[in-house]
Write a protein that binds this ligand. Structure first.
Ligand SMILES: Cc1ncc(COP(=O)(O)O)c(C=O)c1O
Length: 355
């Protein structure tokens, strides 16, 4: 039976990316060695990193003066590296969910943290809009897509201080104006690669402004100076990321990814809104195109486990909502084909007919 992979992360990757990476794992560039057993300093591997960096810059239209890094530690380590490198006195954070809160917690160890607004009181079902960012903040931190709650900032904000964004779960799903940010980071395990590599886009001249000592491995400058090769980088995930970047380019770039994401999300939200058995949980204007969250309508609440079984029997994988919110979450990342979204919609319609 065909599986439809709605996992929230690690998650679906383009088939070609998996096949090309599998081939390189067996034989990297005809060298007779596996990608897993070559040195990251091998002369054949440097071009992989160079091309991945170049494609990042090309696809996201990154201006001059920014570096692209491939690191370890996940987005969670960035929660601490960001304030270590950028927070001198005060930073502003928008609290839109668990990940934003975790980022804020780390920042508190380095200086004053202003929570400009929060939607915690409504279990993060919307993104706050009315708030003021203190003009003297070193940066304003946002989480552009809230993977757990299915809310998304689908456009770059206009604020009076430089922004820093966790884009773990929506990078490469729309064009972004990188010049508004001094740092953009994320775990790669949604739209880019298997887990194990963290991408960081950093504005070079925003560094060097904090007075504290920054441990070598936590200092972005270390990784800029060594081209992400200060220590052994995650070779296999970087190789897979390159294949995904090539795939995105071949498909038509981030504008095309955005068109597809919008089309898929519109299809599924239309069914959630039409079908009497389901209700969307996120505020309509903030609905995520990447993580589509819904629950059973109150009168059908007791059928949640039945629908899960029904959908699983029809090949749906990973649609269980995050343990902290329950219900369902269909993650529709870049590699998710429209056909899989349609298969889930068919499932919801068949289930409705039975009740
Ligand atoms: C928006 C967001 N930020 C941060 C994280 C944490 O990422 P990592 O597991 O790479 O530390 C996740 C993981 O799902 C996420 O969705």
């Amino acid at each position: 039976m065909k599986k439809h992979n709605f996992n929230a992360g690690p998650s679906i990757l383009p088939r070609e990316v998996i096949e090309d990476t599998a081939k390189a794992i067996l034989d990297f560039n005809g060298s007779g060695l596996s990608l897993m057993e070559i040195s990251h300093r091998a002369k054949d591997f440097q071009p992989v990193v160079d091309e991945a960096v170049a494609l990042f810059k090309e696809l996201l239209n990154i201006p001059e003066g920014y570096s692209v890094l491939f690191l370890g530690g996940g987005a969670s380590l960035e929660f601490c590296m960001v304030p270590f490198n950028f927070l001198e006195k005060k930073a502003a954070y928008l609290n839109t969910g668990v990940w934003a809160k975790k980022a804020m917690k780390e920042a508190k160890a380095f200086g004053e943290v202003v929570e400009v607004a929060s939607s915690a009181e409504s279990t993060y079902t919307y993104i706050p809009k009315d708030y003021t960012v203190p003009a003297d903040a070193d940066y304003f931190h946002i989480t552009t897509n809230n993977t757990i709650y299915g809310t998304e900032l689908k456009e770059d904000l206009n604020v009076n201080v430089p922004m820093i964004a966790d884009m773990s779960s929506d990078i490469f799903s729309r064009p972004i104006d990188v010049s508004k940010y001094i740092c953009i980071y994320g775990g790669a395990q949604k739209n880019l690669a298997p887990s194990g590599v963290t991408f960081v886009i950093v504005k070079n001249d925003a560094l060097g402004k904090v007075s504290r000592y920054i441990p070598t491995m936590l200092n972005y400058q270390t990784h800029i100076d060594s081209g992400s090769m200060f220590n052994t980088p995650p070779v296999v995930p970087i190789y897979a990321a390159l294949q995904t970047l090539r795939w995105i380019k071949a498909q038509g770039g981030v504008k095309e990814m955005e068109r597809r994401a919008t089309e898929k999300a519109d299809m599924l939200y239309a069914e959630i809104d039409r079908n009497k058995m389901f209700v969307g949980t996120a505020a309509k204007e903030d609905r995520s195109r990447m993580n589509i969250c819904f629950v059973m309508a109150p009168e059908y609440k007791e059928l949640e486990a039945d629908f899960m079984k029904f959908a699983t029997e029809r090949g749906m994988v990973g649609i269980k909502g995050h343990r902290s919110v329950g219900g369902f979450r269909a993650s529709c990342y870049n590699a998710m084909p429209k056909e899989s979204v349609q298969a889930l919609i068919d499932c919801m319609q068949e289930f409705e007919k039975l009740h």
